[in-house]
Write a protein that binds this ligand. Sequence first.
Ligand code: DGY
Length: 320
Amino acid sequence: MSKPLVLLTHPLPKTWITALEGKVHLEVGEEGFAGFSPKLEPYLPKATGILSLLTAKIDESLLSRAPQLRVVSNMAVGVDNVDVAACTQRGIPLGHTPNVLTDATADLTMAILLSAARRLPESAQDAKEGRWGTWSPTGWLGADLRGAQLGIVGMGKIGQAVAERARGFGIRLAYSNPAKIESDAVHLSLEELLRTSDFVSLHCPLNESTRGLIGEFELKMMKKTAILVNAARGPVVECDALLHALKEGWIAYAALDVTDPEPLPASSPLYSLKNCLIVPHIGSATHGARRRMAEIACENLLAGLAGEKLPHCYNPEVYA
Ligand code: DGY
């Protein structure tokens, strides 16, 4: 019997996908290609599985060109690159990779929050470029953490892991979330959270209700001394409004792991701002987290090919 044809949208280290060895016929997209590689296009009509990265758009049109598809396995917890409704409508289970990147993403969130609060990029640059005079009592003053309020928008697993870390710094916690959860953090409306928080950290999924959630109106609501952290998805924040906010001092600082678009072009004016730290979507970029994400993506894929329930299925209603 011939092996099922699987399209891997981007190359992955062999050691991360050993579970697929001998079980599938893999066609692999191009390295560094942001999107669904044209190289894979001719294989779509016979493909039974797709293992995708978050940079590959899996939309209705692509699904319609892959009539034999039995599973889409996304190597990410977020699935905003996939048309979930179209998958469900076609009875295609969609796999994703929750839990294994929670710690890595929460760690990175704290890293960029602390970098912003203590002005690390700016002070390191000053030291390197000869602007470190004598020890200065007023030089590079940053924000105090103990007693400050961190407002977490989206109190899912990653939001809660950020809260756990922030507690260790003596930070007071607030959150806004559609559902109230059991937590020592105070549940606030988004507006209250934005008005009262010293740091605001975004951890909500990107969907129609969160796209552009933080725009001019919301940024103007925030404290002028506030630091905004985005480790969710770029389009949750309106890019132009953020630029104005940082230039005109509506807020003090933005620390971004995600941007809109991605990659953010080198010509973006955001890079030239001293009060904006941008890292290239590295929230889950630890050896352990990325390997586990790939392994879970393989488990989901193989289960889908075998007609079994995916261990981590984003649209379990396909089984109803
Ligand atoms: C995800 O898995 O959705 C993350 O954004 C990857 O870092």
